[in-house]
Design a protein around this ligand. Structure first.
Ligand code: TYD
Length: 138
């Protein structure tokens, strides 16, 4: 059971026809997948994410191009540069994430352990800090 944001190297099967990579529930990633969505055609300079989930876990792979990802547990931030389609980042629940610096034609695929539920989103950083019981000023 992973409880930290984790960079996971995926299998890469190479032959003369090209490369093939994959991830499977509970082998490469620690949850059962209920939903897959993808982000693409992101205009230069735009950011995505900027929220956390109360319960949902995700696994993020940049299939094409590159993108940077910050995952923040309210105390520490981890930065990932996703430039290869055979690496992905596991994000546990209750972690704030920012996706930025999308390259032209970047395609980012995200697997989640649940269907889309707006009620699972925490969309403001102060609400996120409250939810993890971090004092916002001392
Ligand atoms: P949002 O989660 O804010 O995007 P990001 O991935 O950049 O954080 O979602 C943008 C919009 O798309 C929002 O109105 C909710 C909707 N949406 C769905 O309907 N289904 C989904 O699976 C997702 C991820 C978003």
């Amino acid at each position: 059971m992973l409880d930290q944001p984790t960079l996971i190297q995926l299998p890469k099967i190479k032959d003369y026809r090209g490369n093939l990579s994959f991830f499977e529930s509970t082998h490469q990633i620690p949850f059962l997948i209920k939903r897959v969505y993808w982000i693409y055609d992101v205009p230069g300079g735009e950011k995505r994410g900027e929220h956390a989930y109360y319960t949902q876990q995700e696994f993020i792979v940049c299939l094409s191009g590159s993108v940077e990802l910050i995952v923040d547990n309210g105390f520490n931030k981890a930065t990932f540069q996703l430039t290869r389609s055979y690496y992905g980042v596991y994000i546990p629940a209750m972690h704030w994430r920012n996706l930025y610096n999308f390259s032209t034609n970047a395609v980012v695929v995200i697997a989640s352990n649940d269907v889309y539920k707006e009620s699972d989103y925490i969309r403001t950083y102060s609400k996120f800090l409250n939810a993890i019981n971090k004092p916002t000023h001392q």
